[in-house]
Design a protein around this ligand. Sequence first.
Ligand SMILES: [Zn+2]
Ligand SMILES: [Zn+2]
Length: 356
Amino acid sequence: MSPYYHTFALFILLLSLPSFPARILQQNDPLTELTADIQNNTWHAFVKFLDAGKGTQVTGMSELKKYFQRFGYLSIPDQNFTDFFDQDLESAVLSYQKNLGLTVTGKLDDETMNEIMLPRCGMSDAAHDHTHSSSLLHTTKNYAYFYGRPRWTKSSPMMLTYSFSPNSMIDYIDASEIRSVFKRSFSRWSSAIPVNFTEADNYSTADIKIGFYNGDHGDGEPFDGVLGVLAHAFSPENGRFHLDAAETWAVDFDDQRSRVAVDLESVATHEIGHVLGLAHSKVKDAVMYPSLSPRTKKRDLKLDDVEGVQALYGSNPNFKYTSSLEHDMSSSKRRTSSLKWTPFFGMVALVFSLCL
Ligand SMILES: [Zn+2]
Ligand SMILES: [Zn+2]
């Protein structure tokens, strides 16, 4: 057996190994930009934990532990949280990174810290059942449901009513504009599933009750002022849908120039996903991903959102894949096929080298 054949086989084997994209360093440090631009008293102080490693102690780290506990990554301790970077915190960081599709390092690196400091939805990331990869389609699904997979169970054709709180609204955006924002947000979901939404006048009997609230508003999930937590909504068939009244809500960023403006339609579309029974997705582009940067729009459902909600309610018979969803689908297939072929070529090379 010539040594050249081994070299050749090794070469093929190396070619077939999965490659990982190199980390792209941004010219402007996102941490600096975020903290310089936005005075979010909620989480910007966490920047001091950047690169803190296991075994170290940094004053205030108990606050970071409270953050992880709040979003489902740490259980409540018997005593108060300490400022010590312990094993439990490392496990929390690892599962946070895994859950949010970040590079899994177990360290408070810049990607992780940047994500932690972003404004986000108040719903926990942990209270859900993940749907794992389907062997039939060879695709990995990243959407998730709440425990027990709750959904609305009205008879079909399903009609859900929504209404705005008569006392808890914001006054700097016209009521008619807010109503059209929500109408568009609901219609995105109803185009995917056989569920219709209509606005009702009677708030007390509506299935979905929408309102803007400040701080502690009686449901055990107080809002925290500008940025931080933006909104939350309860799983089926509760219907409560709350937005933080302290945010600078925007319908159009050309009209609302504030640096801390948050796109109302993006948040509305996300929270409706929770109202329907979807939990947080680990797909960064998905509407159901938990964070949303200020002055950013994320309104269109992605394939992951559509597949998740259709698995709960079935497909709207008139549902059509838009060109952006088709693009989403083909790139997910491309990823899958390259993953499938990589071990195949590896095996061929191995068998080839053994036969020589
Ligand atoms: Zn959410
Ligand atoms: Zn609430």
